[in-house]
Design a protein around this ligand. Sequence first.
Ligand SMILES: [Zn+2]
Length: 271
Amino acid sequence: MPELPEVEVTRRSFAGAIEGATVCGIAVGKPLRWPLGMEPAVLVGRRVCGVRRRGKYLLLDLDEGLLLIHLGMSGSLRFARDLPARGAHDHFELITDQGTLRLHDPRRFGAVVWAAGESDPRARKLLDGWGLEPLGEDFAFESFHAGLRAKRSPIKQLLLAGTVVVGVGNIYACEVLFLAGIRPTTRACAIGPQRARRLHGAIREVLARAVERGGSTLRDFSSADGSAGHFQLEANVYGRAGLPCRQCGTPVRLLRQGQRSTYFCPHCQRA
Ligand SMILES: [Zn+2]
């Protein structure tokens, strides 16, 4: 599943190239997770003003309205002037005078949704309720810690929920908790300021590093300019059940939390 770093890398790979483009046409394949929500022909002639990201959504700003793009479980975007003929898994194309933006999504959990603006209920339904943006200026420690203190759920599940901080997927959640020395089952509200500060720093560092390295924890990830993601997370614990912890040698343990695999070191993450 594309995580926040992959989405950000995707954004950077085409945001500059598509800016200022005029929409010439839309091509749609099979239905995606949610319908576009407007007649594709109406988008023709609109200009692309820029591409922003909120959590795992890309916001393609048009001179009138915007498109919200989500990559779902298996989606990837490409933007180029000359793309090969549309294949069976290419379900959306925004054809512009500067190139075509194509969504390739074999499992079709991704979506492209039109909204009149960010306050449009269609946009709010998708964008409201998410937590702080970990790569942005607003990821202040105080707000983050206040968010943790208000919740009794296990910290790992709270991170995955995205309501306090957005975009910390399963792999990253395991890794940042290891770096912060926090047991994944610890209740969020029980995490004191010192450990919360380590966790805050670890989230920022791990996600920023993943973006810098081209973003991928996903085998088949490639950014919109077609270059393959070359970042393989050098996991400390994720996927390493039974193997010695890189820090202390204790075998890494695996447990299930809310149907997701959690990896941790019982020695380095004692409480
Ligand atoms: Zn350890």
